[in-house]
Design a protein around this ligand. Structure first.
Ligand SMILES: C[S@@+](CC[C@H](N)C(=O)[O-])C[C@H]1O[C@@H](n2cnc3c(N)ncnc32)[C@H](O)[C@@H]1O
Length: 226
């Protein structure tokens, strides 16, 4: 597959092993109708579309022309996938209600657009109205605290979704396993101090740029190699 990425912009796209794992999940589950928020240079889109000749993809991203010079669309075209792809050049917040009104449903939704907590959270909530039973909603960037909180919310508050295992540690996702039977007062606390502390301790160790960070990194690798 041919995906052109401008040099110095590689970080914007999902990693190759993540793209391959997403494709694997689509193949394993025989998913056909896919939706993505966040096209950028089309890395995830091309991998989704390459999973089968029957797969279709709708992508949502209003910045394709201005910020990406339409390179995501060009990459899809270069790989011969355009006839199975539709692009909606809008913010997800306006695109989702139209899709919901249309009555269309999807087997697989990849959320990789606005990474603020409310952005990813709203994309998930809208996606719950579009996903088929047995379908999957997947996110990138679990390294971000905002995305960790979205994951906690789903695990604690959405018994109709079950977390799916991924070997890539930066992606996570959920399968729709039942209808939503919660009553209107349902709420489970999803912020925990433990989650907050764990995240910030790990972060000090990754960033490794303070003495505490360096010590924590060393301690973590000693424990891991025991
Ligand atoms: C990290 S990039 C996506 C990378 C892409 N999934 C890939 O693997 O190549 C995030 C994308 O989300 C888009 N985006 C940001 N906010 C958005 C929003 N509110 N609605 C739709 N797309 C959005 C940006 O224009 C950008 O293209």
């Amino acid at each position: 597959m041919n995906i052109e990425l401008p040099s110095g912009k590689e970080e914007i796209s999902i990693k190759l092993h993540e793209a391959e794992e997403i494709r694997e999940k689509i193949i394993q589950n025989s998913y056909l109708k896919c939706l993505e928020v966040g096209l950028a240079y089309g890395m995830s889109a091309n991998y989704i579309l390459s999973s089968s000749e029957k797969v279709t993809l709708v992508s949502i991203d209003p910045f394709q022309e201005n910020d990406y010079n339409n390179l995501g669309l060009q990459n899809i075209s270069n790989n011969g996938f355009s006839h199975r792809h539709e692009h909606i050049s809008e913010l997800s917040i306006t695109a989702f209600p139209e899709l919901i009104k249309s009555g269309d449903k999807y087997d697989f939704i990849f959320i990789d657009g606005d990474h603020k907590f409310e952005g990813a959270f709203i994309d998930f909530i809208f996606s719950t109205y579009l996903i088929n039973n047995g379908g999957m909603i997947v996110f990138d960037d679990l390294w971000m605290r905002a995305l960790r909180l979205v994951r906690e919310y789903v695990n604690k508050n959405r018994p109709d979704f079950k977390e799916v295992e991924f070997s890539s540690d930066n992606i996570f996702g959920f399968k729709k396993v039942s209808d939503d039977y919660r009553d209107g007062m349902y709420f489970r606390e999803f912020y925990t101090r433990k989650g907050f502390l764990k995240y910030h301790i790990n972060r000090l160790a990754w960033e490794n740029d303070t003495l505490t960070g360096k010590l924590l990194k060393k301690l973590k690798s000693t424990i891991k190699n025991r």
